[in-house]
Design a protein around this ligand. Sequence first.
Ligand code: SF4
Length: 398
Amino acid sequence: MPAQIHEERTQGLMALIARGLVETSAQRTASSLGDRSQYIGMSDIGRALECPRAAVGRKLFGNGEKLVHQHDLPSLLARQLRLQRGHWFEAGIAQIFRQQRLPVIEQLEIVTSHHGVPIRAHLDFVFASTVGQPTVRILELKSCENIPATLYSSYETQVYGQVGLLHSLWDQPAFGVHGELEKQGGSGFTFPQICREKFGVEMPVHPSEVDIEAWVLCLSMSDAKAFGPYLSEDTMLALCLNKAEELWLEFDASKVSGAGLDGLATAQGFHPLCSWCEFNADCPKFDGLDQPQWSDTLERLKDLKARQGELEVEISEIEDGLRTAYALSDVGGSWINAGRHRFRVSAQNGRRTLNKEQLRLELLAVLGEEKTDAIIARCESEGKPFDRLTVSRINMRS
Ligand code: SF4
């Protein structure tokens, strides 16, 4: 097949997938979360703590996007795959819980208001049991590129809000499952009522008699880690509600004045979400000069870096294959000659490293804190300052 036709077909397939992802994302958001411009959700609060501008942007413009220019295809595809991975994980985990017949409510919705601000929390999974001690467990799923060592504060805020609302609204008609609430004529259940309705169990009248915890399960494509437990805390709930109010007022003011995102505070310092943020094209955090002559160079650098990653994977696969071939050849340490090259696999000692923390503890036990710190300070050296090049993607909104 001629190269140009091959390229056109490849691009056609990718564009089809990208458009499909955008459409299903919009449909899923509408059916599971409703119109997000009509309330403040727990994830909005987490986002507002990180970047008020991005949080208001999502409220004003949603995160819907369109494929307008073919050259935006790779970045749109990357963003959509990243966004939708979470939904796919959720469907897979839900399937596991259903198969195990666990008493779990999926997408429990809590509807409330604070100082007139409409607030909704959507809880991915809520388990309820009265076997032994009455127990409720909230499980929030998060999909991550890499599993973090500690949980991001925006995620923690979100689950503190969820567990705080469940606890504080326990006996209020604030609970339902999105979609089912409308069928009930909009009036919700209390939490004990919804447990009776769903599982036929009688929960205590007061949440103080119930063991309630929230957990976050972070999932990447090849790893998983649970963070928790998070318990209901009045101060954390107050923080969430106040942040919700602040965000609602900022959203309202931007809407009424038509000022868009002008004048809103941005995330400070390095923020990993900035490269994915759909409002980064005109974000004041990246104010700078226009020098379009560097565009091709930056595109080329991006392509080379992408190829570098692919090459590294390919190199490692070939090296693993050669190691396996050598082990199976049983040549007793000899070289294997192959054309103009030869190869051999030999055992090497592991790299020696110094455990600085362990050394400090050992020195502390003998010399005490002052001398230990002085010795470590004398032995530490700082590398020469260097110039770091940061290249960041600009996400054009259609
Ligand atoms: S680019 Fe970063 S700082 Fe700017 S709005 Fe987006 S998240 Fe906030």
